[in-house]
Design a protein around this ligand. Structure first.
Ligand code: G1P
Length: 290
């Protein structure tokens, strides 16, 4: 029997310099894909996978994320008085249960490994999910739901992967696997941001993880890796010597909303799927590009 994955960690401390000036006063995670903040989409994915507790590793100037996941009492009251039942129901639906969120701060931008380590006490001694909010995974029953299925079958640690063009492997963590065509395959090696031409495969780590709590002992070493940052991948490499790691191939669409193109593409893709926006947007795009 595997231990249930109850908690998910969302590292949301990044500065968002690629989106300045939009992110001067607004966290990048609050930029919207259609009408939902990026971070809300990722929390939706975690909820759909059965996650019960949402742990946010925030930083300075991120307080608005905490407000977003709280009840907005005055707003609810105003909507109620104005008879906006639909809007009210939508807000209620999205609101996490009381006590189901935790917030801690990464005091300095020391890397993803450091951000995850900041969540150690809140996660405690149980396996947990980790979702990088920049990366939207779209399609099927949801990336994390697929990973939890694989975890329930195999136990151990899991990383979502997807192929990228060979000339982009140096931008990501890359894994080598036993069988690149399988949905779930044993990981044989990992490397963070391999130099061009040295990647063991073209399967990139796409920002979804299921990790055993033993990762925290390794992260506690706080050793710096690629780019002078404390890298999560380096601790996963060390953990792989002791525990099994599996790659779960995600076949849906992945949008890196931390890049402008990824952000714009996600907005178009998500809007095109909406009944209330899709047909009109399609017509607008045809007019603009025709
Ligand atoms: C991080 C991870 C990397 C992963 C990527 C996905 O890198 O370290 O392994 O492939 O996220 O977005 P970052 O984007 O923080 O440089």
């Amino acid at each position: 029997m595997t231990k249930k994955i109850r908690k998910a960690v969302f590292p949301v401390a990044g500065l968002g310099t690629r989106f300045l000036p939009a992110t001067k006063a607004i966290p990048k995670e609050m930029l919207t894909i259609v009408d939902r903040p990026v971070v809300q989409h990722v929390v939706d994915e975690a909820r759909a996978a059965g996650i019960e507790h949402f742990v946010f590793v925030t930083g300075r100037n991120k307080a608005v994320i905490e407000d977003h996941f709280d009840m907005a009492y005055e707003l609810d009251d105003t909507l109620q008085k104005r008879g906006k039942a639909k809007e009210l129901a939508a807000l209620k639906h999205d609101l996490p249960a009381a006590g189901a969120t935790s917030f801690t701060r990464q005091q300095a931008p020391l890397g993803l490994g450091h951000a995850v380590w900041c969540a150690r006490d809140i996660v405690g001694d149980e396996p947990f999910a980790l979702l990088l909010p920049d990366m939207l995974h779209h399609g099927g029953k949801g990336c994390l739901a697929e990973m939890i299925e694989a975890y329930e079958r195999h136990g151990g640690n899991h990383i979502a992967v997807a192929p990228v063009p060979d000339d982009q492997t140096h931008q990501y963590g890359i894994v080598g696997v036993e069988d690149a065509s399988a949905k779930v395959s044993r990981i044989t090696g990992m490397v963070e941001k391999p130099a061009k031409g040295t990647a063991p495969s073209n399967l990139h780590i796409s920002g979804r993880y299921i990790l055993q709590p033993s990762i925290f002992e390794l992260l506690a070493r706080q050793e710096k890796g690629a780019g002078g940052e404390i890298q999560l991948t380096d601790s996963m490499i060390a953990l792989q010597e002791k525990e099994p790691f599996f790659a779960v191939r995600f076949d849906g669409a992945i949008y890196d909303t931390g890049s402008k193109i990824g952000f714009l593409a996600a907005n178009v893709a998500y809007a095109l799927e909406r009944e209330d926006l899709g047909p009109q947007l399609r017509a607008e795009i045809a007019r603009m590009t025709g």
